[in-house]
Design a protein around this ligand. Structure first.
Ligand SMILES: [Zn+2]
Length: 357
């Protein structure tokens, strides 16, 4: 090996050690600089003008609010995975799927049942953390599909988790925004698409155990209830129904930059502000929150399925007993759902055109 090469390797190793040390022991100045730069970028996006005042009403806002309120009702006891409230929700979802006319796409009918009993270790390059996943039995994902107009195309999968935190210290965590809102929007989208077929077949996935470490999505792939090659795309909906500044985050454009022009067109027809953020790695965004693994889309991403995640910023009632249906902003929620519908319609067209080429 030449001396030059040895020196180069030595420098690279030293650089690696410094970066590693920077991550491990307090963030150095450049991390703060990256963070400030990313925060400034997001703030600039938030101040862009909104082009549209009203959107077409293709979805039924009253029915969405009814569905949301049913799931967030105190009788559901916060829908903790494996508990009676989640079971009741699951049975209710089966009825909804049937009424909409979805085809069963689970392992047994609409259901993919699973159990979780393991300890899971997450390891990143710089961070290792152990996490104990609670044992769950009686958990199940609810899966239904609609055929597409074009034969042979893979599914566009629309996912939303229906479980929440249950009862803690005698208090019910209702989970209206998190995530009755995503599930009710998914149901309403299914009703729309049952009448207006897309090119791709659609897969509607009400997932369980998200709050216990994305275990419903993990089990889905582990048990091969679905294989990654059957999926063209994952649209994950988690928390859609309230934001005082009319902001909706779209996470995944860093991983899939081809979504930018598509989202530009969606934004032109939307009365909510789409903010593309929280998907950049630490070497781009410093300490700003990364949401790539914060909900079920993370599991799809790990299996190589292109994804987008739509959700609002955490609010003061997030993961508290105050996340109730009366605190939902019905008008904003409707606008968000119409925006998601618009996104799926355009995504379907764009991917189908690409598949034909
Ligand atoms: Zn959630």
């Amino acid at each position: 090996m030449s001396t030059m090469l040895k020196r180069l390797i030595a420098w690279l190793v030293l650089l690696g050690v410094l970066v590693f040390a920077g991550q491990q022991w307090g963030y150095p100045a450049w991390q703060s600089w990256l963070t400030e730069r990313e925060v400034a970028r997001i703030e600039a996006l938030k101040s862009l003008p909104l082009p549209v005042a009203a959107q077409p009403g293709r979805l039924d806002p009253d029915r969405m609010m009814q569905d949301l309120s049913w799931m967030a009702h105190p009788d559901r006891q916060g829908r903790e995975s494996g508990q009676p409230g989640a079971l009741a929700t699951r049975h209710w979802l089966l009825e909804q799927y049937q009424q909409i006319g979805l085809q069963p796409a689970g392992v047994e009918g609409y259901l993919h049942e699973y159990e979780v009993q393991e300890h899971i270790q997450f390891s990143g390059v710089f961070r290792q953390r152990q996490r104990h996943i609670e044992a769950i039995s009686n958990a199940a994902n609810v899966l239904g599909s609609l055929p597409g107009k074009q034969a042979g195309l893979p599914y566009i999968a629309i996912s939303a988790h229906y479980d929440h935190l249950g009862v803690r210290n005698g208090e019910v965590f209702h989970g209206a925004d998190d995530n009755a809102s995503g599930v009710a929007a998914m149901l309403e989208l299914a009703r729309y698409f049952a009448q207006h077929p897309t090119e791709h077949p659609l897969l509607f996935m009400a997932l369980d155990s998200e709050e216990k470490g994305l275990q419903g999505a993990v089990a889905l792939f582990r048990d091969q209830a679905i294989r990654p090659d059957q999926l063209a795309f994952n649209v994950n909906l988690d928390m859609l129904s309230r934001d005082t500044e009319r902001q909706l985050f779209a996470v995944g454009t860093y991983q899939h930059p081809w979504l930018h022009p598509l989202l530009d067109r969606v934004q032109q027809q939307s009365s909510v502000r789409l903010i593309r953020a929280h998907d950049r790695p630490w070497w781009r965004a410093g300490r700003t929150e990364n949401w790539v693994n914060s909900s079920d889309h993370g599991v799809f991403h790990r299996h190589g399925v292109p994804f987008i995640y739509f959700g609002v910023a955490d609010h003061p009632d997030y993961h508290t007993p105050r996340d109730t249906s009366d605190r939902v902003d019905a008008e904003f929620y409707q606008a968000v759902s119409e925006t998601v519908l618009d996104f799926i319609l355009r995504l379907d067209q764009q991917l189908a055109a690409k598949a034909q080429r």
